[in-house]
Design a protein. Sequence first.
Length: 290
Amino acid sequence: MQNKVFKNKISAKQSGRVAVVNDLSSFGKCSLTASLPIFSCMGLQACPLPTAVLSCQTGFENFFQQDMTFVWEDFFRSWQKMGVVFDGILSGYLTGSKQAEKVEDFFRRFGNDDTLFVVDPVLGDDGKPYPNTDEKLIAQMRRLVSMADICTPNLTELCLLTGVNPHEAVEKTDGEDLSYRIKAACAALMADGCGAVAVTGIRTENSVKNFLMTSKGVTVTESPSYHVNMSGAGDIFSSILTAKVLLGESPESAVAAADGFLTRAISDTAKNNGDAKHGVNFEKYLKDLI
Ligand code: PXL
């Protein structure tokens, strides 16, 4: 599969189809519950391939998770008979390495050279891996990243993907040294085949930065930080980025738009003392995406 970075353009008349490979969590406003309304507001059809169904995201105590890999072959057979090909595929939370291997198969069966592949390598946050993350999942995620046009790790995920201890990186999130190491890690992912890397939510003392590396170079966005990692922020970011690029915007302008939306919604949540694990108050800002 070849990276054909960013030449996709879905015209206003078409309704572009995006497969969203992600979980359905009843609480946490993350994954599909965040992605689906965003794609709809932006005029694209989101077709979920559910990776798991959860009572709440894994940051809550006592979450229940049902892995949905067992229905995938039936979905694939049905979609194959319909002759489905997606304009975009966005993958997110995967339950483990076995499922991640099947995502590779899914890319090959339901994408073509014009499909935009975006991989959000959901593996951890705040310097810690998520409960389902192990070495095998990290290795398979790195394979998916190598096939992607764009990947959207946070700093912890960038470290896990490139064999760096994530504790070290999140403790010291300012200055030259970190920026040099982020560049080196992004360059390593691009040398493997990934078209562009958007590193999200890099917190400094007073701000939060997103770092984008494409074949053209590096751009950095900087916004006020609210010193909390809110559930679903990464999913909101990757969904807006995917939609904007599918609609013909440059990755630089798509990242700026995703950052602007998130900054407004996170600031609102923080002002209203929102509980970070219940996610971002994004609903009332959806109208800005229409
Ligand atoms: O937003 C990332 C994410 C997605 N899905 C589930 C999660 C998390 C982060 O904790 O638990 C189930």
